[in-house]
Design a protein around this ligand. Structure first.
Ligand code: 13P
Length: 252
């Protein structure tokens, strides 16, 4: 069985006072094969302190995006080596809020994933359709094209994670049905197995989009759901840990 990954995306939330949440989460989570892996992707300004707070525990910390380049005249951007030096071990790339708000293309995302890998970070590559695309019956076509573009140049599986985040379910309180999730995750699995062979079956596929303590017991057992990428509910230790416990019960 693939070890589940319960990951939080704090987005543009988090000041020093919120390190208390990191402390509470890291004090609770367990290491070992029967426990899910846990990760909180915090704002870059908090990375070093969060890594320090979580040091020696099973909680990993990660970034929320990175440049495809290592350094240079790119005001405001952050590179993968910078994230790694600050203590990140993962980085989210291609989140829909970056794709839509910052014009990041599949090619850009593929470059970011490659840069992350080069710095020893595990990229979490996000894909997802809009409501209009779903209503037009184009969901699987969109997912396939995002996967093809965003995985361009990534020749081996095992070093990255995929997150399926339907845009209409992000921050809306609307959750995809278990049938919709099963269909897309099954499709992503078949794509990965087709492209990478057996190692494609071990790539973790996370669901993201209004995942919370109440719906986690229904969503996390869906076939090919290997964990979650959690926005709002990752900001409170109790909520995040409740989802973690749900995953832990499924892991054994
Ligand atoms: P919400 O859980 O707040 O819907 O956010 C999901 C998300 O975008 C995680 O990356």
């Amino acid at each position: 069985m693939v070890r589940k990954l319960i990951a939080g995306n704090w987005k543009m939330n988090g000041l020093k006072a919120d390190l208390e949440t990191i402390r509470q989460v890291s004090a609770h989570v367990n290491s070992g094969e029967t426990a899910p892996e846990t990760l909180l992707c915090v704002p870059a300004t908090l990375l070093s302190a969060a890594a320090e707070t979580a040091r020696g525990t099973a909680l990993a910390v990660g970034g929320q995006t990175c440049s495809k380049l290592e350094k240079g005249a790119f005001t405001g951007d952050i590179s993968a080596p910078m994230l790694a030096e600050a203590g990140a071990t993962y980085v989210i790339v291609g989140h829909s809020e970056r794709r839509t708000g910052h014009g990041e293309t599949d090619a850009e995302v593929a470059g970011q994933a490659a840069a992350a890998l080069k710095s020893g970070l595990t990229p979490i590559i996000c894909v997802g359709e809009t409501l209009a695309e779903r209503e037009a019956g184009a969901t699987l076509r969109i997912i396939e094209s995002q996967l093809r573009g965003s995985l361009e140049g990534l020749e081996t599986a095992g070093s990255f994670v995929i997150a399926y985040e339907p845009l209409w379910a992000i921050g809306t309180g609307k959750v995809a049905t278990t049938g919709q999730i099963a269909e897309v995750h099954g499709f992503i699995r078949a794509f990965l197995a087709g492209r990478y062979g057996a190692p494609g079956n071990a790539v973790r596929i996370l669901y993201g989009g209004s995942l919370n303590p109440s719906n986690a017991p229904e969503i996390l057992p869906v076939p090919n759901v290997d964990g979650g990428l959690i926005g709002g509910a990752s900001l409170k230790a109790a909520d995040f840990l409740s989802i973690y416990e749900t995953a832990r019960a499924l892991q054994v």
